[in-house]
Every structure is written in structure tokens, then in C-alpha cells.
Design a protein. Structure first.
Length: 582
């Protein structure tokens, strides 16, 4: 009878184990369904386009992935389960979090972009707090469901036990092969529990093994420089149409009042829609019609400046955010490149963000007093997300801000962005114009990229089909040299709707004193020339890591991309944002 009781208890525990295992697998399946929302659309497209082989392959990849996930969750060794639980839960959380922030699935080009901007991790987590919270929940829930018993009681055959342990490697390897064979593509709607791992491995290998060719030397002989001091002021995340030039407007009133001191080229297209890419295009003098080759081979702006007899200065107002990565440089700058810079200013991380651009401006103003020629490349903190960090909260004029609302919406983003623009752009530019000696100085002002302020999308760095707002940047020339002003003004009128980052480098080289015919033969039109090129910007891989194809995206610089504008409570009348003066 005792034996019978043991038998009954054994059968009861066996049944209970089976039920608990089934519950775990069902809950894991639910997490998989929640974190892979693109599967129905992908399947529907394959069916509608009658791509039956593709549908079979897609289904097969999912079946392999789910079998691998079940094998990881059912392995009798808790150590094996814990190892795979960590990898799979982290992968799923990354994939899901990226989707919530961008409404797109992560690609290998996103991974490369994210790696180049890894110093911005803390600011990104702050800005995308809601997405990060849900991703964290997925991470914890997935880990617990995989690692928690019960699992299979035992696997008697050693081969089967090893097979279960290594099963999750199968989809990872297959996905990595697909990425390599498809030039970085082919990962749409594949399981987030494995795809980001494959993406990360291939991206890491490409970044680690990508060798840079030696840059050409400057052989041109410069003549007399057009001006003594040259400044390239690159703002952060500033969209052209958020600079309001209407006199008396509440958004950027200071620069509107000083617009007679500036030559406004209007809305321009950026080189890329990501900070690292745009800054690389500018510093390395990349040429639009042969972007990848010239990005890697052309002489840098520093080399041209040194050849023309200019002292070189670099100011990075974002450097404080990368101090945890000691010795690391951002925007693809290398130690070899820093050897070409006479004065390198990486602003201390102890400076609070609202004061960063003031400190940057102090350095610019001091260097512009030099009796010798100087070239300054300055990277502002600007309107970097999270926008509420970029200005003193007590000076916020537009409400509610992102920090004052409990939900993600466009209105909160726009208000916070407006406050950041007014503090770090309107105030700083007006201070620069009023305090600098512009008689022997020429300043080119732009931004690295624009911003998509819809909370349903990434603000920038979207790889596939980015919103045109991500490439919409200002382009302004500032000088009190009358001859240069006249040349800039004439070209600005003729080039409206066609200006871009690619006009900046040839402009700077002309300011250095290099011959126009040399520059035009390689770089194309400058800001002194009439430009008729169609406006477009790039996204994703511009270094040719996977293919020679550059993703170009058109942008209509005459289109009104401005969102509905929030108003201060006291603001009763509608204020139309005049994008550009004529």
C-alpha cells in the first residue's frame, strides 16, 4: 500500500511537472508573440506577393528558432538554462526596446550606428524611458521563465543532452550567414530572441576588421586666405524649421532680431541622419558623388587647414558624456586624427549640460582674438535628447514639457525641444554675433541632423525610409567682411532649396585660400556657387562595410514639415513660424 501511495504521488508529481512545463512554454510563446509584432505583416506580404519559397523559408527559420528556445528552456542543467536565459532575454529586450522606440526592427546598420553612439547610452535611456522600462520587463520575465524549474527530468542519451545545450546556436549561426550573404539585410521579422545576437556578432566583426586606407596628402598650393579666422559650428539635433526668423516671434526672437548680421541659406539637407556619419562626412571632406571612397581617402579638414597655415582647434561640448570610455573618441575620430589638431578641447563632464555651449562659446571667442589664422571645428551640445537636460528648467517657456507629463506624446516633445532650441541655439548664436569680432572671421553654422518629434518613431538615425525631418538642418554664414557677405548672399538666393552639407567643405577650402578650380574639380559647388543639386541625405552604412550601395533619401527643402505648434498658456494668438526670410 505504501508502494502504491508512492506510485500515486510519483504520477501526481509527473503530471504537475508536465503542467508547469507547458505553462512555462506557453508564457514564453506569449513573450515571443509580444516582442515580434512584425511577423503577421511579413507573412501577409509574402502571401500577397506569392513568394511561396520565401514563406516556407521564413516559416522554417521560425520553427528552428522556437525549437531552439524550447531546448534552452527545457535543458535539465540549471547552469545551461541560465547561460541561455541571459543571452536570449537580453537579445529579446534589445530587439523589443528598439522596436518600441523606433517602430522598426533592428538591422545591422542600426547596430553599427548604435555602437558609434554608445557614449550616448545614458541620455538615450533617459529619453526613451518608457521603451526601456518595457524592455526591462521583457528581459526579467524571459530570464525567469527560461531558468526557473521544472525542466526535463533527465536526458539519458549524452548526444541528446549536448544537442539541447547547443541548439540555440543554430538560429544564431543561420541568421549570421543570412546577414553576410544579403549584405547586411534579410533580418526582417525574424525572432528578436536570436536576431540581435547575430546582428551584434556580425557588426562587431565588421567594425573590428574594417581597415581604413591611408588618406591622400594635400598637394594643392594655397593662395591668400579670404579671411583670417574660420569657424565650422556644428550644432546637435537642430532642425531648420524650428529656427523662426519672424521678427518678434516667441521661439527664436534673438536671432530673428539679428538676421541682418547673417546670411541664411535656408533649410538644407544634412550629410547623414546620424551624428557620427554627418560629422565624419564634414571632417573627412567626403564628396557626394563618390561618398564611400572619398570618405575613406580624402584629406581631412585639419590637413587642409595646416597646409594653408591655420592653427587647428577642435571643441567637443559632448565629450563629458563619454568620460566613462576613457581614451575613446566619438564620431569616428581616431588618435591619428587628433595629431593634426593643435588645440583639443574636450569639455569636462562636470559642466552641467545647460552650460556646455556657453563654455564652448567662451573658447571660440578667446581663439578668435588670436593674431594668427585659426580654424575652429566646434561640436555643440545643442538640443540633444533628452531635451529637458539642455536648458535650466526654471527657464522653460513652453509647457507641458516631457518631464511634466506622464505620457509620451508629441506635444511634450515639441515643448521641451522648443525650450532647448531657445536656450542653446537662439541665446548662444545671438551671444556669438554680439561678442565676436566678425570683421576678420567667417562662421559656417549648421547642425549634424534634424529631428523627428513624433513619439512613435526614432528622433533620428532611422536606417530604412527615414522621415525627411531627420535630414532637415539649418545652414547659415556669419561674417562682417562685406565682400564675403555679398558673395554668400548672392549664392544663398540662387541656391535656395538645394543647399546641403556637401557645400560646406569646398566653402571652407576656399576660405583657406585654395584655388576655386581645384576645389570644384573634386568637391563640387561651394556656398559661393549656385547649387542646383537635388537635396538628399544618407542613412546607415556609409563606409562600405557590407556593400557599395549608399542609402540616399530625397528631401523637399521647400516643403513645410513643421508640426502643429504648442502654445504657452498665455499665448492667445496663433504664431505662424516663418521658415525663411527671402
Amino acid at each position: 500500500m505504501f508502494d502504491g501511495g508512492q506510485s500515486i504521488l510519483g504520477r501526481h508529481w509527473c503530471s504537475r511537472r508536465v503542467i508547469l512545463i507547458v505553462v512555462r512554454l506557453v508564457l514564453l510563446a506569449a513573450i515571443v508573440a509580444v516582442t515580434n509584432m512584425g511577423v503577421p505583416d511579413r507573412s501577409s506580404i509574402l502571401v500577397e506577393e506569392h513568394k511561396w519559397i520565401g514563406l516556407i523559408a521564413f516559416t522554417g527559420l521560425w520553427m528552428i528558432s522556437m525549437a531552439a528556445l524550447a531546448a534552452a528552456a527545457l535543458h535539465p542543467s540549471i547552469l545551461i538554462r541560465a547561460i541561455w536565459a541571459l543571452a536570449i532575454s537580453l537579445s529579446g529586450a534589445i530587439g523589443f526596446g528598439f522596436y518600441l522606440a523606433s517602430r522598426t526592427e533592428m538591422s545591422i546598420f542600426d547596430a553599427v550606428s548604435l555602437w558609434s553612439a554608445r557614449h550616448e547610452t545614458s541620455r538615450a535611456f533617459s529619453f526613451y524611458a518608457s521603451s526601456a522600462t518595457w524592455a526591462s520587463f521583457i528581459l526579467v520575465a524571459t530570464f525567469i521563465l527560461i531558468v526557473t524549474p521544472p525542466a526535463l527530468a533527465r536526458i539519458t542519451r549524452r548526444g541528446a543532452r549536448v544537442g539541447f545545450a547547443f541548439a540555440p546556436i543554430t538560429p544564431i549561426v543561420i541568421f549570421a550567414i543570412i546577414i553576410s550573404m544579403r549584405g547586411g539585410d534579410g533580418m526582417r521579422a525574424l525572432p528578436a530572441q536570436f536576431a540581435p545576437i547575430s546582428i551584434g556578432l556580425i557588426a562587431g566583426a565588421k567594425v573590428a576588421t574594417n581597415s581604413m586606407p591611408e588618406r591622400i596628402q594635400v598637394n594643392w598650393v594655397p593662395g591668400t586666405a579670404k579671411i583670417k579666422h574660420v569657424v565650422l559650428l556644428v550644432d546637435e539635433s537642430v532642425r531648420a524649421d524650428y529656427l523662426d526668423w519672424t521678427p518678434g516671434n516667441p521661439f527664436t526672437p534673438s536671432i530673428a532680431a539679428l538676421q541682418n548680421r547673417m546670411i541664411n541659406f535656408g533649410a538644407a539637407s544634412s550629410g547623414g541622419n546620424c551624428s557620427a556619419y554627418s560629422n565624419a562626412i564634414l571632417r573627412f571632406g567626403a564628396v557626394r558623388h563618390d561618398l564611400m571612397k572619398t570618405l575613406l581617402r580624402n584629406a581631412t579638414l585639419w590637413q587642409y587647414a595646416k597646409k594653408a597655415g591655420f592653427r587647428t582647434v577642435f571643441i567637443d561640448a559632448q565629450a563629458g558624456f563619454i568620460k566613462k570610455y576613457s581614451g575613446k573618441l566619438q564620431n569616428y575620430m581616431t588618435p591619428a586624427e587628433t595629431n593634426e589638431i593643435d588645440n583639443f578641447h574636450a569639455l569636462d563632464g562636470e559642466i552641467i549640460p545647460p552650460a556646455l555651449d556657453d563654455k564652448l562659446l567662451d573658447i571660440i571667442l578667446a581663439d578668435l582674438k588670436s593674431p594668427d589664422p585659426v580654424f575652429i571645428y566646434a561640436v555643440k551640445n545643442g538640443a540633444h535628447f533628452p531635451y529637458d537636460m539642455d536648458y535650466p528648467l526654471k527657464d522653460a517657456e513652453f509647457h507641458p514639457t516631457m518631464g511634466e507629463t506622464t505620457r509620451d506624446d508629441d506635444n511634450g516633445r515639441i515643448n521641451s525641444y522648443r525650450n532647448a532650441i531657445k536656450w542653446s541655439v537662439d541665446r548662444i548664436l545671438s551671444r556669438l554675433i554680439e561678442q565676436a569680432n566678425l570683421q576678420d572671421t567667417a562662421i559656417i553654422y549648421t547642425s549634424d541632423h534634424g529631428q523627428n518629434l513624433s513619439y512613435k518613431h526614432l528622433t533620428h538615425c532611422t536606417i530604412d525610409d527615414p522621415d525627411p525631418r531627420e535630414g532637415l538642418v539649418p545652414l547659415v554664414a556669419i561674417t562682417d567682411d562685406l565682400k564675403l557677405r555679398a558673395e554668400f548672399a548672392a549664392a544663398a538666393r540662387e541656391s535656395r532649396g538645394h543647399s546641403s552639407h556637401f557645400n560646406i567643405v569646398p566653402t571652407i577650402l576656399q576660405l583657406f585660400g585654395f584655388q576655386h578650380y581645384d576645389i570644384a574639380s573634386l568637391y563640387g559647388p561651394s556656398m559661393f556657387d549656385k547649387s542646383t543639386e537635388a537635396a538628399q541625405f544618407t542613412s546607415g552604412d556609409i563606409f562600405g562595410l557590407f556593400s557599395s550601395h549608399v542609402r540616399w533619401h530625397p528631401i523637399d527643402l521647400n516643403h513645410n514639415y513643421l508640426e502643429d505648434q504648442p502654445r504657452k498658456p498665455s499665448q492667445s494668438a496663433s504664431v505662424a513660424a516663418n521658415p525663411l526670410p527671402h
